[in-house]
Design a protein around this ligand. Structure first.
Ligand SMILES: [Zn+2]
Length: 143
């Protein structure tokens, strides 16, 4: 895949949501109400539903995106830039890539990612994302 396509893929909220869902499933979703680990995915609501007690867990709940109003795609754009630039990443560049109006929430967002995710974890999340993208491209071509 061309790197330009890859940048566009990171900016797709649909692909980002799908990839973030996969990331969460791999880590395991635990029901806050009953502790059950089996969930259905409600694609129209972007929520997990407990198979036992039907309690719903949002995609962001219990992750570093909890409480964030920023799109999930920003998470992957941030990882992509962090891997490429490391500590040299400037907030202006992140802002330019997301097209977000304000830099303050972006600054907090980056800070959180750097605080909670080590570089090797950032890397493996991106590798998984690329897999999701490739699967989606293959599906599109097959249709
Ligand atoms: Zn439950």
């Amino acid at each position: 895949m061309l790197s330009k396509d890859l940048i566009d893929a990171y900016k797709s909220e649909d692909l980002a949501t799908e990839a973030f869902k996969e990331y969460r499933l791999r880590k395991g979703v635990v029901c806050k109400k009953c502790g059950c680990k089996d969930h259905y995915w409600l694609s129209s609501k972007h929520q997990f539903q407990c198979k036992k007690c039907r309690f719903r867990t949002t995609l962001q709940s219990g992750t570093l995106l909890e409480g964030s109003k920023l799109p999930v795609s920003y998470f992957f754009i941030a990882l992509h830039l962090l891997i490429k630039k490391g500590n040299d990443l400037k907030i202006e560049e992140f802002q330019q890539q997301t097209g977000h109006k304000y830099s303050e929430p972006l600054y907090d967002f980056l800070k959180k990612i750097k605080l909670y995710l080590k570089t090797n974890e950032q890397n493996s999340i991106l590798i998984d994302f690329i897999e999701v993208v490739n699967e989606n491209f293959i599906l599109q071509k097959a249709e």
